[in-house]
Design a protein around this ligand. Structure first.
Ligand SMILES: *Cc1c(COP(=O)(O)O)cnc(C)c1O
Ligand SMILES: [Zn+2]
Length: 440
């Protein structure tokens, strides 16, 4: 494996497990070790993603014991207006804020009073609008983390399997950092996503197949000499990548005045974002940065790719893969890696997982644009549509503070609303204007 030792190890909770092992170690702030989500087995920080004992997924374990709550709050509030204000809670090197990175985050939390009125929400409704990130989707948050891990482990090529947004985020991050990028997407994505991924000058490869085929191919490439020195942000760097989603939880709470929302509606592709939003909220409670009270997490899918909501409604613990067929291509993962964890979280917090049809996705995109001035991509149509449905079903309590995520920009999925256009075409004179019935 192409791994380099960058700095000597920190004195952290992981060091006991490290001794006796020849594995190289890196200093990634409060990140102490990788821990298996299934069996708890710990290994040193490195570019590994599966447990050697049980093949379960690895995630970052931290040692936050040195933090004083008020001191930490002051440090965060004095930090930059991007995700690095939360560097003390992320697996990144100490000098992260000074290195070239795309520096995403600190996107708007829009108080959506018009949408609240439309949906009958009285407890406060907010849209966390992640279309404001550098490449116009939430994926910049996770890629920014993976980039730092790639640097720490000495990878020279940044790669990924992508449903579209991730390819653009990787291309931009690699460009900024001066690394090579070579990314893989299904060959039939929206033009907006293809152009957005290609424009940063990296290599962009279309694969004849769906996302699950692309992902399987990337797993093969990692195990082959052809992939030597490649950091796949969502495969061998996945534990680091995934932590970027925690910043959505941190920002929402800080922007609400260090308060937990009562309910959050989150889109599901692989399910990683949803599970890390939950992790982020639990960390804020543990650290004393927010009051410890219940919150509910709701998952949102498109009916044409709804393996998790199908399992949720059937009361199953396992997720049966589906073949995706939906306009919500950024969420079109038929075999979601974090599906079972999403089911756990929805059930544990008292949330739910729901899905909407493509027609409802389009309706929701139009609604959000028309009454809030926010143009969401199809994934945002999914969350807004699901929110409406959850309220109608009685699953989501309209008297509670609710945050709905919009994770991408409508400009990337113009096809979804392509039948929208000119109200009229007129000659450049007043008679023509009056004839068109546009006078006040
Ligand atoms: C990738 C993506 C998500 C969520 O992805 P997960 O794999 O569930 O973390 C949500 N919205 C958009 C627009 C995305 O591109
Ligand atoms: Zn394990």
């Amino acid at each position: 494996m192409a791994v380099q030792t960058v700095t000597s190890t920190t004195e952290s909770a992981g060091s006991a497990e490290r001794s006796g092992s020849a594995a190289p170690s890196v200093d990634l702030g409060p990140a102490a070790a990788l821990s298996c989500r299934e069996c708890g087995h710990r290994v040193p920080l490195g570019p590994v993603f599966a447990c050697e004992e049980c093949f379960g997924p690895l995630e970052i374990a931290y040692d936050f014991s040195a933090y004083d709550t008020e001191e930490l709050r002051r440090r965060i509030e004095a930090g930059p207006a991007n995700i690095w204000r939360y560097a003390p809670l992320l697996p990144v090197p100490a000098d992260v804020a000074t290195k070239p990175n795309i520096n995403p985050g600190w996107t708007k939390l829009v108080q959506a009073d018009n949408l609240a009125r439309e949906l009958g929400v009285t407890g406060g409704l907010y849209v966390k609008d992640d279309s404001g990130n550098p490449t116009h989707s939430f994926k910049d948050r996770v890629v920014a983390q993976a980039l730092e891990a790639a640097r720490a482990f000495g990878f020279t090529t940044l790669s990924c399997s992508s449903t579209g947004n991730l390819a653009g985020a990787v291309g931009a991050a690699a460009a900024r950092a001066g690394l090579r990028s070579c990314v893989f997407i299904p060959h039939d994505l929206e033009q907006g996503k293809v152009v957005m991924a290609a424009v940063y000058g990296g290599e962009l490869v279309g694969i004849e197949g769906n996302y699950d085929d692309v992902n399987r191919f990337c797993s093969e490439l990692i195990g082959d000499p052809a992939g030597e020195g490649w950091g796949f942000v969502n495969v061998n760097l996945r534990p680091y990548y995934a932590e970027g989603s925690k910043t959505l939880a941190y920002e929402i709470c800080e922007q609400l005045g260090w308060r937990l929302p009562d309910q959050i509606v989150v889109p599901i592709a692989s399910g990683s974002q949803l599970t890390k939003i939950d992790k982020g909220l639990r960390e804020l409670i543990e650290l004393g940065l927010v009051e410890d009270r219940p919150y509910k997490i709701f998952g949102a899918q498109a009916e044409g790719c709804s393996p998790v909501s199908t399992a949720y409604k059937a009361g199953h613990d396992v997720v049966r893969p589906q073949k995706p067929k939906t306009i919500a291509k950024s969420l079109a993962i038929g075999n979601p890696a974090d599906g079972p964890y999403v089911l756990d979280i929805a059930r544990r917090t008292g949330g739910a997982v729901e899905d909407v049809t493509d027609e409802q996705v389009v309706e929701a995109i139009r609604l959000l644009a028309r009454i809030e001035g926010i143009f969401a991509e199809t994934a945002g149509g999914v969350t807004v549509g699901v929110t409406k449905k959850l309220i109608e079903n009685g699953d989501l309590d309209p008297s509670l503070t609710t945050v709905v995520l919009n994770t991408g920009d409508g400009l990337k999925t113009l096809d979804a609303v392509a039948d929208t256009g000119l109200t009229a075409t007129i000659r450049p004179n007043l008679d023509s204007f009056r004839e068109a019935g546009l006078s006040s």
